[in-house]
Design a protein around this ligand. Structure first.
Ligand SMILES: Cc1cc2nc3c(=O)[nH]c(=O)nc-3n(C[C@H](O)[C@H](O)[C@H](O)COP(=O)(O)OP(=O)(O)OC[C@H]3O[C@@H](n4cnc5c(N)ncnc54)[C@H](O)[C@@H]3O)c2cc1C
Length: 225
């Protein structure tokens, strides 16, 4: 199997990974995942599979050790992208009415999912995506706190080469990444960019901001932290 890296654990990255695995016959009709009732906490202790850290040299071809070599990397420390835990604050609601923002195989329902006007709560969406990922066995394929800085392609082997580094976690999550700051070069045969259109915060300069000294300037992506 080719080694596949998906950049982005938002809705697009998750949907791609599940579809890819499904089309690769990863899920058989006898072992379709069952819905989960317990949420797994975000983990990032698992290491990158060896096949992604070595180049495929033509003289020494690497034989992938896993049947399905796919990982999802994300610079955030948990899944969800726009709906990632670190971005969610109590009054963040989606602009979607209940029933209009969910995958067809799993309804987004339950107590407190929507407000009185019928709009879905942001944190419920994050929880929903976590459950859906558990259902489709995607959680174990995610590697968080990995920021992809540059991407290039080896002209000989045609591998994608990703230069990454570990993001430092916020203080209350210290210990989640064991090798913060470490640079890591990853290799893969297929690369999927699911990086979103609004994942990079835009912090415009506000004239006079340097004179505001009685508080920090906070972007909405930091509100959850
Ligand atoms: C505040 C806000 C409110 C929104 N409200 C709604 C709404 O109500 N309804 C609606 O339909 N849509 C809404 N959207 C749009 C929302 O972004 C999409 O619905 C959807 O969540 C996008 O999913 P995605 O997976 O394509 O991208 P994202 O959710 O942005 O995920 C991209 C992921 O890629 C990761 N990434 C990016 N670059 C790198 C890198 N270099 N290295 C490693 N990882 C990287 C990011 O960390 C992120 O986790 C909203 C967006 C924002 C920002």
């Amino acid at each position: 199997m080719p080694r596949v890296i998906v950049i982005g654990a938002g809705i697009s990255g998750l949907a791609f990974t599940k579809t890819y695995l499904q089309l690769s016959n990863y899920y058989t009709s006898f072992s379709l995942p069952k819905p989960v009732d317990k949420l797994a906490p975000p983990t990032d202790k698992s290491s990158i599979p060896k096949s992604f850290t070595s180049s495929l040299s033509l003289s020494n071809p690497l034989i992938p050790t896993e049947t399905h070599d796919i990982i999802i990397v994300d610079e955030n420390l948990s899944l969800g992208g726009s709906w990632c835990r670190s971005r969610i604050y109590p009054n963040l609601y989606t602009q979607n009415a209940l029933g209009t923002y969910e995958f067809s195989d799993m309804p987004l329902e339950g107590e407190g999912v929507a407000n009185e006007a019928g709009y879905i709560a942001g944190w419920k969406l994050e929880e929903y995506l976590a459950r859906w990922s558990e259902k489709w066995e995607l959680t174990e394929k995610m590697r968080f706190g990995i920021k992809v800085n540059t991407i290039c392609r080896d002209p000989t082997t045609h591998e994608w080469i990703l230069d990454t580094n570990r993001n430092p976690p916020p203080e209350h999550l210290s210990g989640i990444s064991e090798d913060v700051g470490r640079q890591l070069r990853l290799y893969c045969d297929k690369l999927v960019l699911a990086v979103g259109t609004s994942s990079e915060p835009n912090k415009p300069y506000i004239p006079g901001q340097e004179f505001i000294d009685d508080g920090d300037m906070v972007h909405s992506v930091e509100l959850g932290d």
